[in-house]
Design a protein around this ligand. Sequence first.
Ligand code: 4AZ
Length: 678
Amino acid sequence: MTAFYVFSFYLQSKNRMFSMVPNFFLPDSRTVLIPEGNFVFSDRKTFSIHVREAGMVQSPGFPNSPYPSNSFLQWRLRADPGHRVQLDFHTLILEDDCQKDFITIYDSLAPIEHRTLTEQCGYPHDSLSFLSSGNVMLLTLVTSDKKNFPGFRANYSQIPVTDQSCGGTLTTDRGSFSSPYFPSNYPPQTTCTWNIQVAKEKFVKVQFHEFSVGNESLQCPNDYVEVNEQRLCGSMLKTTVITANSNTMTITFHSDSSYVDQGFTASYEAFVPTNPCPGRFQCTNNLCIDIMMHCDGWNDCGDGSDEVNCKCDASQLMCKNGHCKPKFWECDGSDDCGDNTDEENCGKCKPGEFSCRNSRCVLEKFRCDGKDDCSDGSDDVSCDLALVLQQCSEFTFRCRNGRCISKMNPECDDVQDCEDGSDEENCQCGIRPYRSSRIVGGQASKEGEWPWQVSLHIRGTGHVCGASVLNQRWLVTAAHCVQDTGANKYSQADQWQALLGLHAQGQTNEWTVTRNIKRIISHENYDHLTYDSDIALMELDTEVTLNQYIWPICLPSSSYDFPAGREAWITGWGATREGGSVATILQKAEVRVINATVCKSLLGDDITDRMLCAGVLKGGVDACQGDSGGPLAVTSSSGRVFLAGVVSWGDGCGRRNKPGIYTRITKYRSWIKEASGV
Ligand code: 4AZ
């Protein structure tokens, strides 16, 4: 029988307007919250599941067809007494509009609002692993009349509630601890206390590395961490250090009955009060960093304290604000000092004038006036307001309607700048679960941290190159990866397999998807001697379902700017040192985009305008053999990750003043579109 229900009683909830369904409409005499507006449910179902045997729940039709419209579905999950229900989402892709389609998870069997653990819609990329406080959990899916999406799949299981699931006494000189079940979301109604007690003559400090606990608010009334009576809540992006002037510290974690988060990881350390950072530099925020990082031009402390009051050496220039920066950053077009002193007196333009990219000078007041005063359009590029320009230039973003706008990198920044909205189209890319090659000088990444990273295997050989996911069907890699070398017919698609959602080589798991390759399109101008146009596309034989472990990276338009000094990440399973062996766990390392003139002076005229240099000129951090084809990824101001380059070549790996060379993706944007349609 098909039942129709129409509701329209309103109630304000934490995140959205809800209507309250009078309980006499419901078969089981309970109250349920559904979104505002008139909802007509043609499909209402309740499933009851005992989770003693691990299993899986999914939205109807998943993954082959979209979920049905106008549905209210609920899954009641029960565990044995003394156990928690654990629910881990494999995939969750719903409509973006949370007023229309959404899931809700409750820490109860009935949809009671103050027991809500989470509400989700769209394609969330936070941790999607949830635990109940007791032995029950409820999952509901509400869908509207329009636009249906793939839906979800989630694995359920039960885990015993142990008395000592968190907290305790820590007496060693250093150690670490985390919120319960990290990286899963912590369960509600949980309190844990850690008592740190180190040797009498020492003090103790604790460092939070990841932190997402409740909403940011003054008193932290809901979920919080308390360190020596100081409450912390909300999300912290940077490492935070708290120091005690004694040998003891008490840390309490508390979660209330609703809305959970991923929690935190922390480490603690005992130190001698007279010497808090033995052999290291002490930042104002109490972080200890490598002494080499002091006055090296980079803000390694996070609060800039390692870059003040520096005596600059011969290879550095002195900024007015006291910072020292490498000399070759002078007059490179990017404000490295922070007060622009490195870009002043460059012999180009007078004070009050703007220096165009073509070296002309125009009065500062003509910047961002919508007119092309420089004659190359560069005076109307980095503007706060997106004006529609009279003329387009190579530096300006072109909307689908052919008009150009005066804003730097407007695509997928969550603000509509083009009249036709084309700057915000095709933006299902560049986001990932943590909010937060072989790679030389890198570190192991977390599972799902780089969901566009692909491992390309040659049958019988294993990992050879990296690649990046562009959509369900297409990958981008380096042309030199797919060149025949002697007996190796790497240009043949049937030699290759692509592993998506992979974390550790040789350890495929339920997230890993293996695909054969249907077609390889190598750039027609690829030059195997100079590595110019080192780019190729691979088409998968069958499409993959996107999920939080497999997700496309954003492609920048041809006008996208990755300025010198911009932080970028390289990732891959390549060698960890020059001539060394490859990595098992996917590695990551942070590098910077390097000015093209500086790069040419370091590596010679082999560097073309179609190449991009990135690295750490001090040495020690770089891509290496086996990383080729993988991404050089840059996070935009709106938090999306864009593909700036493809790992191509270098003079060795991690050598001082020898940055890595990447294929500059902006130069190949239209080629990618023509060849693959992406
Ligand atoms: C390679 O052999 C390779 N240092 C890739 C990148 C770099 C060097 C070598 C950059 O695939």
